[in-house]
Write a protein that binds this ligand. Sequence first.
Ligand code: CMC
Length: 436
Amino acid sequence: MTPSDVKATLSFSDGSPSMELPIYKGTIGPDVIDIRKLYGQTGKFTYDPGFLSTASCNSTITYIDGDKGELLYRGYPIEQLAVNCDYLETCYLLLNGELPNATQKSEFQARVTNHTMVNEQMQFFLRGFRRDAHPMAVMTGLVGALSAFYHDSTDINNPEHREIAAIRLIAKMPTLVAMAYKYTVGQPYIYPKNDLSYSGNFLRMMFATPCEEYKVSPVIERALDRIFILHADHEQNASTSTVRLCGSSGTNPFAAIAAGVACLWGPAHGGANEACLNMLEDIQKMGGVAKVGEFMNQVKDKNSGVRLMGFGHRVYKNYDPRAKLMQETCKEVLMELGLENDPLFKLAMALEKIALEDDYFVARKLYPNVDFYSGIVQRAIGIPVPLFTAIFALARTVGWIAQLNEMIADPEYKIGRPRQLFVGAANRDVKPLAQR
Ligand code: CMC
């Protein structure tokens, strides 16, 4: 953090002494006012529910310019990474700060593939769930349970433990997601096959059966890999902040990532891809494109409680760059599968067109986000709707780990402990039961 020459002065209208606050500059993006000494010097807290104006940490990993619609991983634009790199290269970049050279890439790939199997005991743990359990309920349990199996990687303060936990989590997430799926449909688990790519292996574990050979389609493999890249990290969003806060207590990495999975599940966050696809299917049942106007009226009616899922973002006040790339992938996948006339894709395009021209959306700067098209791609690939958010969790795991490890390695790291403005009852006496 570079100190700025400019200082902020906080003054009070009641004559209390004013306070000078240091300002720090980042490489790009807004400066921050350092309020750490505020409570000590003034006895006051800042108040910012939802963190609208609060930087919770400093980070070198991901940068978003919400007004421009720009997303950078370690300085590289997402558009370039999506076209020139694969997911494991992106993982290496997020974890280590630089893209790998050819040797580093193959070493990293070998390390990850070496850890793709999960302890056989996990199968029996999985059996405790109902077959119709939501995959995110199962994933929260399975990821948390990893800490019961890999005792040699649970010390968050040991850099070697953190490193091996990172590799294990990246390697095992596809295996766990595929196991959760196979369990739901009552098919045998398919073990990883390490001569396949990361996404090719995942597709095989999902869709192969022991009765016949499964051939990975290169177009689908590439599309899935792109979904993984686009979801790999996104700065201090709700689940990442959850992972940081959870990890700040010194808990083990598997437990911290399980907390991230639980947070991601919500429909305002990762659950939006599932909610968006369900929304498109509901409109389709109502009459499809012809009913878009009627649906939009409901969205704009504040009393209806209906939102256009896959639209809007706390940070992006412009087109989410991931949504553009996802739309491209969506077209490619539908073409490959002969589904170019897919009614849900047509419906999504119609909704997007209307929303981008409508005053309600224009005034609020609401644009499609990554979840608007990702559901259509995943559904076309054959991934069941309730599994969408688990795929997001799989892809985001690397971001969560990179952010967690960055926090632990930061000399300024402390347990996260927000304060509050207390507005409840002040000190009062308990009355005996008969007098209450
Ligand atoms: N449909 C209709 N109106 C909306 C929408 C939407 N999708 N999103 C925001 N608005 C309106 C909202 O009603 C409010 O209007 P007003 O100023 O008149 O009260 C205004 O826009 C600002 O909304 P907000 O809820 O204060 O904004 P936020 O930054 O707190 O919420 C959001 C961001 C993503 C939760 C929200 O846009 C939303 O609920 N979108 C739909 C869910 C979704 O697609 N989530 C995925 C986000 S991207 C992937 C991820 O991060 O996981």
